[in-house]
Write a protein that binds this ligand. Structure first.
Ligand code: BEZ
Length: 202
């Protein structure tokens, strides 16, 4: 398998954590990409017309994106308990938490682009405040349910772990741990997993 990838993308990290947890990481060749919304990568665009990472090319020649589809594919291979529960309330809780983690990543990456890529005179403070509000509310919701998040490894906890890792990497000054001790405690343990350590942004 080949993966269009950038080591700091939290969405890429989510796919790689799933690959590690399923024992598949060694089967993936990484194709480094340094694109942004204003500096497209033609090779990536040929595989994913949206120009987004992660994008996986399977050994059968299937091209898969986005991270949710890639994670579902990787979960269908590999060993051990599946990371996307097959049914029941556990499935919907895991998928909802994946959406929450992905939403934090979306808001964080959007803020990063707005503050680094967009020319200074065109930056929109209200939009940035709106993204910060989404992240703060999502973190508060996770703090409230931290005890339920903790017990089992699944796609939801992986997405949340990668989202928190991205906040630490790009927005450390925002100090999300303040007022969220249970979430901070959960993440301190989760971040020590071999899959998380192997994929931490440099
Ligand atoms: C970043 O620099 O934060 C970033 C780069 C690629 C994808 C997502 C985020």
């Amino acid at each position: 398998m080949k993966l269009h990838f950038n080591p700091v993308s939290p969405f890429v990290r989510k796919a790689l954590v799933v690959a590690h947890e399923r024992g598949l990481a060694a089967q993936i060749t990484l194709l480094p990409r340094a694109m942004s919304p204003v500096t497209p990568d033609e090779e990536l665009n040929r595989d994913n017309p949206l120009g987004k990472i992660p994008c996986l090319i399977t050994d059968d020649g299937l091209v898969l994106y986005d991270s949710r589809v890639i994670c579902a594919y990787l979960d269908s291979l590999g060993q051990g308990p599946e990371l996307i529960p097959a049914g029941g309330s556990e499935r919907w809780a895991a998928l909802r938490r994946e959406a929450l983690g992905d939403g934090i990543m979306d808001a964080g990456v959007g803020m990063r682009y707005e503050t680094v890529l967009r020319p200074e005179g065109l930056r929109w403070a209200d939009w940035i405040a709106g993204q910060k509000g989404k992240i703060a509310r999502a973190l508060d919701a996770l703090e409230a349910e931290a005890q339920e998040v903790a017990p089992r490894l699944h796609i939801g906890t992986i997405a949340i772990g990668c989202a928190l890792g991205y906040l630490d990497f790009r927005f450390a000054d925002d100090r999300w741990r303040e007022r969220r001790p249970r979430l901070a405690e959960w993440f301190a343990t989760f971040a020590e997993r071999a899959s998380m350590r192997a994929t931490a942004p440099a």
